[in-house]
Design a protein around this ligand. Structure first.
Ligand SMILES: N[C@@H](CCC[C@H](N)C(=O)O)C(=O)O
Length: 266
């Protein structure tokens, strides 16, 4: 492209993103090589994904999300929270906002402690439960696997997750794979490690992933709000469970921090 891009680096519990203020709609969303380059941790800025903040009629902004593989992605929960923090940094919003993402409209607010609370889409339909685990879509597809006690820390998430993600069942559309350990005491969090589609690696956390875990764990006694611990930090998921097995009022809450800004020649 032979141009200089101004970028902003954000992270939400270690899930990190390059954010671009693209309200002028200059970025070529078909240039997957550029997105992949910017997300490359050796040759570029380095991130799990890239997000464009754009104007859109009827909303404070639109969030356009790309995975690190360069391709347009589905909903990104941690990325959504980081985009809300970015929108406040730009002055596009103050405490509350309503924006558009790949899976539709979202509301969010930033509390006095700086935590970002993002309302996720209602999760409708039945969770698919079999010997492999619990499959559900929280804006992105997720397989949730509950592990035996004290096994999560030693699990090879990349090997195990990649095998499931590339299995015949998931090869075409892919899935994220979340490995979960139940709390050791009622006041302890659910522990989660995630292999992420489109990053094709373990990430420090995954927002739509911990949301899927909380909803799947509600069948195992988890009560809203559920606290979840990822390698990148703690997140909270609140929800209302409906009699038909669907969930509404689903909120993903946690920190979303600006790390640095700069310019990159591309
Ligand atoms: N890390 C994100 C998930 C982003 C989408 C995922 N990589 C996919 O392609 O399904 C999150 O926080 O939800």
């Amino acid at each position: 492209m032979n141009m200089t891009l101004t970028f902003h680096k954000y992270q939400g519990t270690g899930n990190d993103f390059v954010l671009l203020d693209d309200r002028s709609q200059q970025f070529d969303v078909t240039d997957y090589c550029l997105v992949r380059h910017l997300c490359d941790r050796r040759r570029g800025i380095g991130a799990d994904g890239l997000i464009l903040l754009r104007n859109h009629p009827g909303y404070d902004f639109e969030m356009v999300y790309f995975n690190a593989d360069g391709y347009l992605g589905s909903m990104c929960g941690n990325g959504g929270r980081c985009t809300v923090a970015f929108a406040r940094h730009l002055g596009v919003m103050q405490e509350k906002t309503r924006f558009l993402a790949a899976d539709g409209a979202h509301e969010a607010h930033i509390d006095a402690a700086g935590l970002v609370h993002l309302r996720m889409q209602d999760v409708l339909g039945q969770q698919e439960i079999d010997e492999l685990g619990v499959f559900l879509d929280t804006g992105s597809p997720h397989l949730v696997r509950f592990q035996p006690a004290s096994t999560l820390a030693e699990l090879n998430v990349v090997v195990e997750g990649r095998a499931i993600r590339n299995s015949e069942r998931f090869r075409d559309k892919g899935t994220n794979v979340n490995f979960v350990e139940s709390p050791v005491a009622p006041d302890q969090p659910w522990q989660v490690r995630t292999y992420e589609r489109g990053v094709e690696d373990e990430t420090f956390s995954c927002g739509t992933g911990v949301t899927a875990v909380a909803l799947a764990a509600s069948r195992r006694g988890a009560v809203s709000p559920v606290r979840l611990r990822t390698p990148g930090g703690d997140l909270q998921v609140a929800f209302e469970a409906r009699p038909d097995g669907s969930f509404s009022q689903v909120y993903l809450s946690g920190p979303a921090l600006r790390v640095f800004g700069g310019q990159v020649d591309v």
